[in-house]
Design a protein around this ligand. Sequence first.
Ligand SMILES: Cc1cc2nc3c(=O)[nH]c(=O)nc-3n(C[C@H](O)[C@H](O)[C@H](O)COP(=O)(O)OP(=O)(O)OC[C@H]3O[C@@H](n4cnc5c(N)ncnc54)[C@H](O)[C@@H]3O)c2cc1C
Length: 343
Amino acid sequence: MTFKVTVQPAERSFDVARDEAILPAAIRQGIGLPYGCKDGACGTCKSRLLEGRVIHGAHQHKALSVEEEDAGFILTCCATPQTDVVIESRQVSALGQFPVQKMPCRVAGIEKVAPDVAVVKLQLPANVVLQYYAGQYIEFILRDGSRRSYSMANAPHLAQGGLELHIRHMPGGKFTDHVFGAMKEKEILRMEGPFGSFYLRDESDKPLVLLASGTGFAPIKALIEHMQHKAISRPAVLYWGCRSQADLYLHAWAEKAAAEMPNLTYVPVLSEPRPEDGWQGRTGLVHQAVMADLPDLSGHQVYACGAPIMVESAHKDFVAKCGLPDEEFYADSFTSEADKHGD
Ligand SMILES: Cc1cc2nc3c(=O)[nH]c(=O)nc-3n(C[C@H](O)[C@H](O)[C@H](O)COP(=O)(O)OP(=O)(O)OC[C@H]3O[C@@H](n4cnc5c(N)ncnc54)[C@H](O)[C@@H]3O)c2cc1C
């Protein structure tokens, strides 16, 4: 038995199996609904239920509050239809989705580029072509079946030599303790992808705010490489927030990109500059730097990626205080086990 899901205003329909949540069915059938963690923790897939009934499923209350549930919102990643349903999702993408594939990959390089950040290069099997949009992510499937997500830091046209990931160490973390401990070159991992709805909406010509905290820079770097490759000339400002100068692990890369692209401006922002940094640049919270420079975001499109607290604050404040239309905020929130169990 299946139920029909219709997405408005795009008028796209697809089937959901009994006891299946809306999002996995959409991914399976190549429907470009917005999403991030796929696990009820980030809220990126929040949509309005216009008709029909769902069971909400387990989720974090910061991703979908009781008040939002009462107001008719659902998280498509964990909402299971009980009838045919109609949902509103303004970010549904007209782009076709690339096939999701499982494959082994080999660690081709691990370079520590900051005290707690490693650039990891992955080599894919020779017979596999992984197609993806700049900004998307892959998941590693760990031995116990649990999964960890990492965004591709290189645009697809630069990925023939392999994928580049930027991985931050979370002490006590199942996967990143391994990356910063025993992981060696040539190690074989299992991965699946591409996933995610964090990619550039090419159909818009609005000026862009590209907002990153920490390793949230990874997919933003891929977006910038994509823009450069496709000669996309929309004005764009890159805000990259880190604690201290040592954490801006690709500062020189970002400066070079801004020098090469007349439409790109780069604003690094440090929240805890150290005296020895001799930092002359911007300080404070990175999303507040955006608000100070661009108090009116009503004509912008924002791509934000990184720590959940930064993404949540930017979303809330940009919409409430700077007039950003809600549907022009695209984000990947780097939720971890701590966020999934912390409510
Ligand atoms: C769409 C997406 C893209 C991402 N892209 C990137 C990326 O490009 N780069 C990047 O660095 N990260 C990225 N992340 C985050 C990444 O997927 C991992 O969550 C992160 O690396 C931590 O993984 P881990 O296994 O080391 O830690 P985990 O095992 O997930 O633990 C994380 C922290 O939570 C604590 N913890 C574990 N279990 C619990 C529990 N039950 N209760 C409370 N606390 C707990 C651990 O001690 C640790 O400090 C992304 C996340 C998402 C959702």
